[in-house]
Design a protein around this ligand. Structure first.
Ligand SMILES: Cc1cc2nc3c(=O)[nH]c(=O)nc-3n(C[C@H](O)[C@H](O)[C@H](O)COP(=O)(O)OP(=O)(O)OC[C@H]3O[C@@H](n4cnc5c(N)ncnc54)[C@H](O)[C@@H]3O)c2cc1C
Length: 420
């Protein structure tokens, strides 16, 4: 069968869309990537890459992330009052990956690397900014796209990587099943070096009210920034919760037992966001398919969301390239993609991120102590710690997805009621 004459259209130049377009382009597929914004977006979002994601991104040409990022081999779970309760050292899985560390690099420092690779290495990928996907229709033999400015564009297939409010997800009549947590999160960042107080570059602080995540990200270079995310009242207006005095007051509560002198913190960035746990009930329909945040959302405790989007992108490109290049059946390809990636998102990303958040925010003092004792015991036992690290570093989930075939029974389903 001849190569397809129409390109694959990808909506959204976030990390998932860029990684999808680059992966397809490197395999020889023609792609048009459309992005609504005038350029790549810059905001305080993901910043932690797990080993399999680093492997994928390095193989896509982003080895510079190893130089620009901060390598975090050890991550911590802390109690706000008692301090470190568990430390996990990724060197325990050094025989399983060339990158036995979390790599911290802001999402907006990765996306230009992906775009540079597209521009330098894939002339078959065209990137259009300031003109997003307005609507898409499956015409059976192709997809008919209308862009924001009214331009029409025909494509062989449509991939929706346009984030949480995906138009493609709606076009395939997929429901975004799940829930939104009652609280919002506020992320503040400072150049104050929390490493001096014993924080490793990645840490989670447990407390019934003032739980938090603490992450060291490189910013423009040393000393980098320490990002602290904590829960806030969703009803409180942003200007109140983001007032400097209010942030300092909350940071004092979060950090008071660590010895941090909050008054000496410079507050560099701050933002608030809602936290969701959602999985689309179907990931493809006809010639359309979704990936990344368009297909799944989760809380940031575990640093899993963006990683899962990159895993989707690489998996989907592997399935779609032989369809576009050699006329393989697209329904079978998209079915296998969904059967590999969706259950893994449910059983791994959703389950882990919900479990992590629950561990941190547990209100019952006895349950809290018991869960903390359990996690501490896992960390101290090298066999259990290794198994835990294989799961939390996403090495297991990528392997499990790869082992699923069209014949494997679909086990996991998602009612989205787990924490409702
Ligand atoms: C505060 C915060 C912290 C986070 N921390 C982590 C972390 O540590 N680790 C982790 O793995 N994940 C984290 N995440 C999640 C992570 O940021 C997302 O999972 C990731 O951005 C998803 O990438 P994406 O490309 O799928 O979607 P997005 O990044 O949302 O990109 C979608 C793109 O599509 C564009 N777009 C939207 N609509 C259209 C349209 N109609 N047409 C064309 N373009 C369109 C948007 O402008 C955007 O550029 C965090 C998220 C937040 C909010």
């Amino acid at each position: 069968m001849p190569r397809n004459s129409l390109p694959v259209i990808v909506a959204g130049a976030g990390p998932s869309g860029l990684a999808t377009a680059l992966s397809l382009g490197l395999k020889g597929v023609d792609v048009v990537l459309v992005e609504r914004e005038p350029g790549l977006t810059i905001d305080l979002r993901a910043g932690s890459f797990h080993p399999p994601t680093t492997e994928m991104l390095v193989s896509l040409g982003c080895a510079a992330m190893l130089e620009k990022g901060i390598k975090v081999p050890v991550w911590q779970i802390r109690d706000r009052v008692d301090g470190v309760i568990a430390e996990f050292d990724l060197s325990l899985v050094a025989d399983e990956t060339p990158y036995p560390f979390r790599l911290h690099l802001e999402q907006h420092r990765l996306t230009p690397m992906l775009l540079e690779n597209i521009r330098a290495r894939t002339p078959n990928v065209k990137v259009i900014f300031s003109n997003g996907l307005k609507s898409v229709e499956d015409r059976g033999t192709h997809v008919a796209v209308t862009l924001d400015d009214g331009t029409g564009l025909d494509g062989a297939f449509m991939i929706g990587c346009e984030g949480a409010r995906s138009i493609v997800r709606n076009a395939i009549q997929s429901k975004f099943v799940g829930f939104t947590w009652p609280e919002k999160l506020l992320v503040a960042s400072t150049t104050f070096d929390l490493g001096k107080l014993g924080f490793s570059g990645a840490g989670y602080i447990a407390d019934p009210v003032n739980f938090a995540a603490v992450f060291h990200v490189p910013d423009e270079g040393p000393p980098g920034l320490w990002r602290i995310a904590y829960p806030i009242d969703p009803e409180a207006p942003d200007d109140e919760v983001m007032a400097e005095g209010e942030i300092r007051a909350r940071l004092k509560l979060v950090m008071e037992y660590s010895g941090a002198d909050i008054d000496s913190f410079d507050l560099v960035y701050k933002s608030t966001y809602k936290v969701h746990q959602r999985v689309a009930d179907k990931w493809h329909g006809g010639r359309m398919v979704i990936a990344g945040d368009a297909a799944h959302l989760n809380n940031p405790f575990g640093g899993l969301g963006l990683n899962g989007g990159v895993h989707d992108a690489v998996n989907l490109a592997e399935k779609l390239a032989p369809v576009w290049l050699a006329g393989k059946d697209h329904v079978e390809a998209f079915t296998l993609y969904e059967r590999q990636r969706r259950p893994v998102n449910i059983k791994s990303v959703q389950a882990m991120s919900i479990r992590n958040k629950r561990l941190l925010e547990e209100r019952d003092p006895q349950v809290r102590k018991q869960r903390q004792a359990e996690i501490g015991a896992i960390a101290r036992d090298p066999v259990k710690a290794r198994a835990f690290l294989m799961e939390t570093s996403m090495i297991d989930s990528v392997r499990k997805a790869a082992a699923i075939t069209l014949e494997t029974p679909v086990e996991a389903d998602w009612s989205g009621e787990e924490a409702a």
